[in-house]
Design a protein around this ligand. Structure first.
Ligand SMILES: Nc1ncnc2c1ncn2[C@@H]1O[C@H](COP(=O)(O)OP(=O)(O)OP(=O)(O)O)[C@@H](O)[C@H]1O
Length: 259
């Protein structure tokens, strides 16, 4: 590994100088970040901040213009298979094989990871149960609701018991009971040595659930560290608004007043 880490255990994810432009737009502007092994890391930022772009590059789905990423010391773009073998990814907006049933999709994900059929079957049953998808197991994924689709995609990220989970907005569109179940699964996973990165817009959730947080806006890293360090005595939401700005722009829509 040629990142800044030469001593001690490698971070679960090490990001150095990561950058991506889309035409004139710098979506991610030279971000460097360490995600410690065993941490529950929240990634927050306004719409269009570059979260999805950064996570896509960190997980080997989008080639960066600049920078490097290592997963437990394996270079994502030089040892892509090695790095990806350690990862479970819930990507935002990526098409699933939605002409499969939920059960088929999760089974397919497990078999693709080289797991034996009996283990895949056992884990698929477990995942369908805890994610409350048993009744929908034989339905085509194309006919799933948004929340059900999110949950079945999460199941495909978990089936091979990866060392690192990268989840882009895992709670979006998910009902409160399922969200609580997913939180329990992830907390238990971290408690037993896994590392989780989640992007989320729900500050309260990140504050309660995560050990660490990074705030990005306009492709730049504004703050990172433990949740306590970043919120610095405020709520994470207040600190986010302070860092990112943008409050008050909704004033001036007097035409929206109906009385
Ligand atoms: N394929 C693309 N082509 C052109 N521009 C893109 C592309 N993907 C992202 N962008 C732009 O890059 C910027 C960052 O987008 P990104 O999706 O990474 O933000 P985000 O933080 O995930 O936003 P959100 O919270 O709304 O999901 C935005 O300005 C977006 O319009």
């Amino acid at each position: 590994m040629t990142s800044a880490h030469t001593a001690g255990p490698a971070p679960a994810i090490a990001i150095r100088g990561l950058g991506k432009r889309f035409g004139e737009k710098a979506a991610v502007n030279g971000i460097s970040l360490d995600v410690p092994a065993g941490s529950f890391y929240g990634l927050v930022g306004p719409n269009g901040a570059g979260k999805t772009t950064a996570l896509s590059m960190a997980t080997g789905m989008l080639r960066p213009d600049a920078g490097q990423v290592w997963i437990h010391g394996r270079d994502v773009w030089k040892d892509t298979l090695g790095a990806k073998s350690l990862l479970g990814v819930l990507a935002d907006g990526v098409r699933l094989f939605d002409r499969l049933t939920g059960r088929q999709l999760v089974t397919y994900a497990g078999l693709l990871r080289g797991m034996d059929t009996a283990t895949v079957q056992e884990r698929t049953d477990d995942l369908l149960r805890v994610l409350d998808l048993e009744d929908a197991a034989s339905k085509l994924v194309v006919d799933y609701s948004a929340g059900m689709t999110k949950k079945i995609a999460l199941a495909t990220a978990l089936i091979h018991s990866p060392r690192v989970l990268v989840l882009d907005e895992p709670f979006e569109a998910v009902d409160p009971v399922s969200a609580a179940n997913i939180r329990d699964i992830l907390t238990d996973y971290v408690g037993h040595g896994g590392t989780v990165v989640v992007s989320s817009h729900v500050m309260d959730l990140v504050q309660r659930m995560c050990t660490h947080v990074a705030v990005i806006a306009q492709g730049n890293l504004l703050a990172s560290g433990t949740v306590e360090e970043v919120r610095a005595g405020s709520s994470l939401e207040d600190r986010f608004v302070e860092l990112v700005g943008g409050r008050g722009t909704s004033q001036g829509l007097s035409w929206l007043h109906t009385s």
